[in-house]
Write a protein that binds this ligand. Sequence first.
Ligand code: ATP
Length: 248
Amino acid sequence: MSDILQISGLSKFYANGFHALKNINLNVHEAEILALLGPNGAGKTTLISTICGISRFSAGSVKMAGYDIVQQYRAARSLIGLVPQELALEPFETVENTLRFSRGLFGKEPDEGYLSSLLEALSLSDKKTSQIRTLSGGMKRRLSIAKALSHQPRLLFLDEPTAGVDVELRKDMWALVERLRASGVTIILTTHYIEEAEEMADRVGVINKGEIIVTESKNDLMRRFGKKELLLDLEEPINAVPRALSDW
Ligand code: ATP
């Protein structure tokens, strides 16, 4: 399997001296779904921002499909789509213009057919000519995904895609991610929820205090850590395990 994203020795200090990313080494395979799991403040958004060129890194290198993210920024960035945690949409713009504009920003020729199919896939066709301010929160989130896909990237970042999203939409989102992957798009998503990683990802990277502490296939990780443990405090000592618990 070839690696579409190669991150080596990546470190990031913020201007106040805070060491937000510490020697990150991570290779992401083409057409896999990687979940970055970690608590608040672990560095997930910082990692995405540095890869997308929103934030500079202090040391290391990032290559997207072989292009250096600093030296060959345009080529590298045009292959990446980003759905940020905080949605950034223009309230008075229409849905269709948002997609056209975003596609144009990456220098892609117009393709109304592709943009229509995106809206269709995200159940937004009937909102095509609506202003964004008239959409519901869930629709805005879906539009944000359509916007990130408007220039046909090969890698999509979803920063907490299901935060504040109801169960129905969450399931739709999971199905959409699966379809995208089937079409060959590589997906990196961040989440706080182990269940989400379990549901969606092929591989899970756990990030804590700026360090990747484990990257493993979901199945191996679940096999190692997915065991349930029950601790019992006994009121009195016993000589033998009760029959009902003997199987355990
Ligand atoms: P969450 O799950 O809450 O979104 P996260 O894993 O995405 O968290 P980041 O937003 O990457 O975490 O933040 C990582 C650390 O970097 C935090 O301690 C945060 O306070 C710090 N940080 C983020 N932006 C800046 C900044 N501009 N200047 C200084 N420190 C920052």
